[in-house]
Design a protein around this ligand. Structure first.
Ligand code: ATP
Length: 574
């Protein structure tokens, strides 16, 4: 990252005063891994946001407001230049305890109630260790009250109106934003009374020392900001107070001033003037808007001379930042609340749970019926399927669940909270692991007690292998979800990832009857080890070294898949 050459002492003072300092910040989008490809969306903007103020970020649709906000909260790739947030680089994890971010769409869990959502985000926001249950309850209630949602606390978010959902999302941001709140169009879809209430609330927060950066399209909101940043096509064209913006443009109101700056040559009037005045007014509009006087050139105002040419901020020096959040250290309270949250979501979807628990034993019953004339074939295939079914169902469930998290924007929000990737994935692993245990218990019991599947080895080991296999399916599902952009694509991954494994794992054709090349390929497939281990348990008493080896291979594959999933979790919108 390019550094501004200031003494440490001065930087310290500046950071005490400024919440955000941007010098020649450029952002490229359309690059998946932070390289120099893609399109430059933000072209070298420089500005400062003082602490304890409300700053409006305005500009036409597509000008780069969201992109800039994403850079400020540390989830945008391809950012170069010098961007300091609360005196730190925007990617530093320490900021996740101090900065709250509300995305444009309501990024909260629609299958949970308002209380459940807000308690979850409150629990995640703990500075250190865990908050007491009372603190979590109080934090959630306070946040709901801030956005006038106390009456809806026990309503499922999916049953709220669009505006109410947006307010839940805003409350979640307020919970996380101890020092800085970055709000992307937080008042969209709200009626004027609520908008006014929220803006009063924003100013109360600012009076308490919080800094707010708020994007908006509504000009009466702009007039409530202490300062306005105006973006046009990724360039900052004004950085002014609302009053001086009116003065510079000579416009009667901010709506007009905005249009003057954004479309200088097509500045409209609010009401059509009488024909006699038209010529005179047009010439005034040209003077005021089309060609603003040199001294009032908003482009010059927006980029103060001392920063515009700061040493070390030249284009060549500005390499894209890479967010360094590779830490996978586990935080037990955050992992636990995440597992509980996922379990709560599962509880809201009884049909899926029923399917997960009932489908594998039902398939085994069908299999026994098919092999009614050949019980040995059922014994051979049945044991292997005790591991294959959980693997497949967990793969599918978790890939869709994580994809939903990614698409609903909640993953993006989580990436701006103190939760680590390890906490999140382990939370998912624990929740789905518990489901896997239930599934393994039901399927194994059905197979042994009801279908009389012959098992020579210990039943506990059989169940353990089934759970291990389900955990591998969970990790694989979390990993592949990163490469799917829709539920349809997630379903499409099922055949290429699992079908070859199923065909070669030894259930359909024993390994010794496979072509030698296919035999080698099958040994590269984790499902082979699942089926081998289960077949050995079913045919031989005790636990052989080969079973232990197979179990270790499956566990190793699960760990590798989980680590790769953690690596791809931060795959942001490019
Ligand atoms: N994932 C993406 N990959 C590449 N370009 C993108 C991506 N998302 C957005 N863009 C481009 O970035 C530009 C800025 O988008 P951004 O969402 O920041 O605009 P905005 O000012 O917030 O718009 P709006 O007010 O409509 O929300 C747009 O031209 C858009 O096409």
């Amino acid at each position: 990252m390019a550094e501004v050459k200031t003494s440490d002492r001065r930087t310290e003072n500046v950071d005490d005063v400024l919440a955000i300092k941007a010098v020649d910040v450029r952002i490229r989008r359309g690059t998946a891994w932070g390289g120099r490809d893609g399109r430059e969306i933000v072209h070298g903007v420089s500005f400062e946001v003082e602490r304890g103020t409300v700053t409006g970020l305005l500009g036409p649709s597509g000008c780069g407001k969201t992109t800039l906000m994403r850079a400020i909260v540390g989830i945008q790739r391809g950012v170069s230049g010098d961007l300091r947030v609360l005196g730190r680089g925007p990617c530093e994890r320490e900021l996740h305890r101090r900065v709250g971010y509300a995305t444009q769409t309501a990024s909260v869990y629609s299958d949970l109630t308002v209380t459940e959502n807000l308690r979850y985000f409150t629990a995640l926001s703990a500075q250190q260790g865990a908050l007491s249950p009372q603190e979590v309850i109080r934090g959630a209630e306070r946040a709901a009250a801030r956005v006038s949602l106390s009456a809806e606390m026990h309503t499922q978010v999916g049953r709220l109106s669009g505006g109410q959902r947006g307010r839940v999302s805003l409350a979640a941001a307020i919970i996380g934003g101890r020092e800085l709140l970055v709000l992307d169009e937080p008042t969209v879809g709200l009626d004027p009374v609520l908008r006014r209430e929220l803006w009063d609330g924003f100013h109360q927060l600012a009076d308490q020392g919080l800094t707010l950066l708020i994007s908006s399209h509504v000009m009466d909101e702009a007039s409530r900001c202490d300062r306005l940043l105006l973006l046009r096509e990724g360039r900052l064209i004004a950085d002014e107070t609302p009053e001086s913006l009116l003065e510079i443009t000579g416009a009667a109101d901010l709506d007009h001033a905005f249009l003057c700056l954004v479309e200088p040559r097509r500045a409209p009037r609010q009401t059509p003037p009488p024909p006699a005045e038209r010529a005179q007014d047009l010439s005034r509009a040209t003077t005021d808007c089309a060609d603003p006087p040199e001294t009032a050139d908003p482009l010059k105002t927006a980029n103060p001379p001392e920063t515009a040419g700061s040493p070390g901020t030249s284009r060549s020096a500005a390499a894209p930042q890479q967010c360094d959040d590779r830490g996978l250290r586990l935080n037990l309270p955050r992992t636990t609340v995440t597992a509980l949250r996922v379990l709560r979501q599962m509880r809201r979807d009884p049909r899926t749970i029923l399917l997960v628990l009932v489908l594998p034993p039902a398939l085994l019953v069908l299999l026994q019926a098919i092999f009614a004339q050949s019980p040995t074939a059922f014994d051979r295939a049945g044991a292997g399927l005790l591991g294959v079914f959980p693997l497949m169902t967990m793969f599918f469930l978790t890939s869709v669940a994580m994809l939903r998290e990614r698409r609903s924007g909640t993953l993006e929000r989580l990436m701006t909270t103190p939760i680590g990737r390890g906490d999140l994935l382990t939370g998912y692993g624990v929740a789905f692991g518990l489901l896997a245990v239930a599934q393994a218990a039901i399927t194994t019991t059905t197979a042994v007690a009801l279908l009389h599947l012959a098992i020579a080895g210990p039943l506990v080991m059989l169940g353990l292998l089934a759970v291990l296999s389900a955990l591998f399916g969970t990790a694989l599902g979390l990993l592949t979800s990163a490469f799917a952009n829709s539920e349809f694509q997630a379903v499409q991954f099922l055949p290429p990832v699992l079908l070859p494994q199923f065909l070669l794992c030894g259930i359909l054709v024993p390994h010794d009857q496979l072509h030698p090349v296919l035999g080698v390929v099958s040994m590269l497939m984790p499902m082979t080890y699942v089926v081998d281990a289960l077949s050995r348990i079913s045919t031989r008493p005790g636990v052989s070294m080969m079973v232990v080896r197979d179990a270790l291979v499956i566990a190793g594959c699960a760990v590798v898949a989980l680590a790769l999933a953690a690596g791809t979790l931060r795959r942001q919108t490019p």
